[in-house]
Design a protein around this ligand. Sequence first.
Ligand SMILES: Nc1ncnc2c1ncn2[C@@H]1O[C@H](COP(=O)(O)OP(=O)(O)OP(=O)(O)O)[C@@H](O)[C@H]1O
Length: 339
Amino acid sequence: MEDEENIEDELLLVESQLNGLQDKIKTLLDQQEELYERQAQLKALLEISKTSRDTSNSAPSVALEDWSGKFSWDSQADDTRFNVFGISSYRSNQREIINSIMSGKDVLVIMAAGGGKSLCYQLPAVLRDGITLVVSPLLSLIQDQVMGLAALGIPAHMLTSTTNKEIEKFIYKALEKGEGELKILYVTPEKISKSKRFMSKLEKCHHAGRLSLVAIDEAHCCSQWGHDFRPDYKNLGILKIQFPSVPMIALTATATSKVQMDLIEMLHIPRSVKFVSTVNRPNLFYRVYEKSSVGKVVIDEIANFISESYPNNESGIVYCFSRKECEQVRRPHNTEMLS
Ligand SMILES: Nc1ncnc2c1ncn2[C@@H]1O[C@H](COP(=O)(O)OP(=O)(O)OP(=O)(O)O)[C@@H](O)[C@H]1O
């Protein structure tokens, strides 16, 4: 009887110890989970930190490497610049950018609007064997570029929602079989992310060694930190993954260092050579005048300012707040100068 009591006592003790242990095990398991989670976070942070360090180390500015020196393609490049593009000399950084692409490097170009970014990929596109793929965000930009290139006698086409079946067939044959004359192909980012058929033709083109260069125009659209984010630009990283040996040039007029880092990462071009030209355009400036009156007097003042400052019949733009105000300003009885 006494034995039984002792056993029951011990059983209670063991059970309470077991309960205590189970609580401890649960606490330890919770701790373990937290530590695993923190370990994963720290590993990811370390990876990001290493990548950004590698990126900044391996994206030297042009000052660290001389891309203006002598290269085997110099005379051919000069000849093409002058005789095909009708351009007598390079602007700042254009020669260096072209040389680095011709050397097979990935390149990041930050150059002011109107600075001459197009030549930086169009000239290598003409010099290199094969087809250059250009990704550009706007149909109107693409149309302008293709028309301009056609006028220069450079075989360029665009593959967009507006392309007719016959041209599409021609482009696919050029990609797949190397038939027909095609040097530069413009597409929108949607083509890369949404058309499996196009990507498969591009793959064949690359496999046959005919994809010579990939250019990403308005590359800041890749970054959510940029002012013009386009979701389909996010998928352009696939191009470097699928065609690692093909040089890539990313061009933009506006990229803060955060956006630059972002797009280098998204496009998978950590070793790209970076060229930054000044975005200062001394011909553009603001000047503020105090309005002396309202109504017709102000419009006359605008007209006087224009005729005094721009006596050679140059054109300009007058911005107003609304369409109605535009109409008031341009009324023929105000002045002929504002139309
Ligand atoms: N070296 C050069 N000498 C003279 N004109 C040039 C030179 N390079 C480019 N251009 C001309 O400058 C103009 C602007 O060039 P382009 O359209 O390439 O600028 P961009 O940098 O792409 O501008 P945006 O950012 O607005 O697209 C074009 O008419 C082009 O022919």
